[in-house]
Design a binder for this molecule. Structure first.
Ligand SMILES: Cc1cc2nc3c(=O)[nH]c(=O)nc-3n(C[C@H](O)[C@H](O)[C@H](O)COP(=O)(O)OP(=O)(O)OC[C@H]3O[C@@H](n4cnc5c(N)ncnc54)[C@H](O)[C@@H]3O)c2cc1C
Length: 247
């Protein structure tokens, strides 16, 4: 899996602060410089003033201003299972690699056994892996080797069957029905900072599946570089709170 920031609002935290200050000023925000907009906020420097205002907004549930800055992420090589979970979030915009137009006729089924084209869950190869609903997951080496063999054979067979169906003239949009749910897909997704916190609340949590959790942790790392005051506050004060609804 590879997650990268493709494009994002420049200076997102200036935008958040401008939007929030708009709510409490008689002046027109577009007529003011940023320092003028922030003049009444506590803090020595502009950065300190931004920290004061952004923390206040987050602590008081004033989340609207966080809907203005957007970020677009490119995600390579997650499973279609992970995609199904991710695309449940209705305020995120997606582009998903098509299996109608991209066919996998060139993939060597032996390479599929090595993890190309289909995601191998850690439980297929790690004897110490404990699943979400298991009290203990530990098995001996022999058992996990058997698991890996069955998993690798099954997905390689599926890819081979898919390629045979293409050769027999079946259109890719129909032949894909035999491919596993672990088949890799590339996604582009865009969301605002408020939604990013909401997705993180749900998908970086301990009860989320390992794959979407790993993806969301990568997104959060990128968000912390893009929008540092907001996501530092989120990490320290919001991430593990109870009874969250949104974000
Ligand atoms: C660990 C885990 C297990 C899950 N298991 C299942 C499962 O077994 N089956 C299953 O179907 N789903 C499952 N889900 C998906 C989950 O139920 C949500 O559908 C999904 O996470 C989208 O999040 P959301 O509901 O917050 O909506 P989003 O689309 O992310 O919307 C964000 C927020 O906007 C508001 N909102 C959006 N649309 C509406 C609306 N129509 N009405 C009212 N408010 C709205 C809500 O406040 C919502 O929280 C699971 C999720 C997790 C994290």
């Amino acid at each position: 899996m590879d997650v990268r920031l493709l494009e994002a609002t420049d200076d997102p935290e200036e935008l958040i602060c401008r939007a929030a200050r708009n709510d409490y000023m008689s002046e027109f925000v577009a007529d003011q410089t940023f320092p003028e907009t922030m003049a009444e906020i506590d803090g020595e420097t502009t950065r300190e003033k931004q920290e004061t205002l952004i923390s206040h907004l987050l602590d008081h549930g004033h989340f609207g201003p966080f809907e203005h800055p957007h970020a677009t992420f490119a995600i390579e090589g997650v499973s279609r299972s992970c995609m199904a979970q991710l695309t449940r979030h209705r305020h995120v915009s997606f582009d998903v690699q098509s299996m109608r137009y991209v066919s996998f006729d060139h993939v060597d089924p032996d390479a599929v056994r090595e993890g190309e084209l289909v995601v191998f869950p850690p439980s297929a190869t790690d004897p110490d892996w404990v699943g979400r609903n298991q009290k203990t997951g530990q098995v001996d080496e022999e058992t996990v080797e058997k698991r890996e063999e069955i998993f690798a054979d099954t997905v390689a067979d599926a890819v081979e069957s898919y390629q045979e169906l293409l050769e027999l003239g079946m259109p890719p949009e129909d032949a894909r029905f035999v491919l596993p749910i672990g088949t890799k897909v590339n996604i582009v997704m865009t969301m605002n900072a408020r939604m990013l916190m909401h997705v993180a609340d749900m998908r970086a949590a301990a009860d989320a599946q390992w794959e979407i959790r790993g993806m969301t942790e990568d997104v959060l790392d990128l968000a912390a570089e893009w929008c540092p005051i907001t996501f530092e506050h989120y990490e320290e004060h919001m991430r593990n709170r109870k009874n969250r609804l949104s974000p």
